[in-house]
Each structure stands twice: as C-alpha cells, then as structure tokens.
Design a protein. Sequence first.
Length: 241
Amino acid sequence: MAPFYTFTPNSTSISFPWPVSVTGTERVMLSAQGNLQKFLSAFFARPIHVSLVYSNDFDTTPSGERTPTLTPNVISASRDRPALQTRQVYLECEDKIVCICTSTVTMSNPHVANLFLVEKYPIGQTFSKLGQTANFELIEVGFGEPPKGTLESKESRSVVDSKPTDNSALWRKYRLFVEDFECEILEVFPLRQMFSFGEAWLTDSIPKTLPLCAIVPRMSVQAVLLIFCCLAFATWLALLT
C-alpha cells in the first residue's frame, strides 16, 4: 500500500483506498492524526468533551502475557515489560455522542506511562506533551458495525443501532506511535448525519424534507445511478410530449 501522507516541495497528497460513498468532510475526519477532537470542535464550533466509559490496566511479560492490575506499572515500564491499558471513551458535543473511541495503549518507559496513567492526558495530548508528532497508519475504514474482534472488549459499549451492512455509521481503525508510546484505535462515528447537517443535527432541527445533496452521500452508487437514470428518462418523456 502507498504511504498515507506524502509531500514534495511543490505538492501534498493523501492516498488511501476510500470506500466510494465517503464524503469529503468524512475523509477529513478519517485522516485526523491524533487531533480528531480539534477537527470536531472546528466543525461544530463547540467544545468537544471526553467521557470515560472504561479503562483496564495490565502488567505484561516479555512473552506478551497480560495480567490485570489495579496499580499500573508506571515506574518500571520498559520495552520488555510495557504498561498496557485498554480503554473506551465517548467524544461528546452538546451532550451528543459524536465518536466512540476504543483503544489499546502501550507505554514502554516511566515518563510516558506517568503522563498517560497518572496525569491522565488523553492520547493526542500525550503526544503533544512528549513534543513529538505521531506516526500514523490508517488500517481500515468501513460502514455500520465494525467487524467482530476489532478491538472488542467484554466491557465495550456501542451506540450504533444498525445492521453491519447499514451505511448510517462510519468507523476507522488506525495506529498512532512514537518511540515507547503506541496506540491502536477504533473510532466509530454513530451517525453520518452529523457530517451532513452539523448544527441542525446537534439541535435536532434537521428539516423533514432533505435536499438531494444530503441524501446522496448515504446511498449506494447503484442507487444514485438508478435515480439519475430515472430522472433522465422522465425528462426525455417530457420532451417527447
């Protein structure tokens, strides 16, 4: 696969095999690299709040075995025995959930573990405190419920009320990493309507009659082609009469 982000002195490019019906606004959000809260705040022109659903801490062994712990391994965190946390948070705007973030975070030195586990900085802000730009790898993008086994947990919750084939929700799986700090993250945007309607979605004032530009992004390519063929045929009949 080609690098996600490339640049030259004269050009910049984002390259990924996006699903056909992903909109421009959605591609921007799916391209966020540890700064999704900032993008969402700019989009809605409101603060984005983080609400913790759960967090589980683990001690690890050189062989990769995990042992649940109530006292995270901060002082002795190392590359052989990293501290590890699985967690889920909601990103909320005006009391609405705009994203569900489920992550596995690995910390391989005491300074990083202290920032994240003790001082409680969120993932994106931890990279900022480290003064480093995270490496980014976008692994997968899809619609509806994420595939089973994708960072799932017994405590994981979902507000996606849709079938796996439904296009009403959008999700991505990706990695952010620097030396001694690595995060594998699944983000679910419960309703794609938020990106079509913005303010109206937040305030529950979406018009009952939807403009075509708001409907089309949620439809399959085949459905869009069928509609335009029908419109063209109707126009042709009208001209004949």
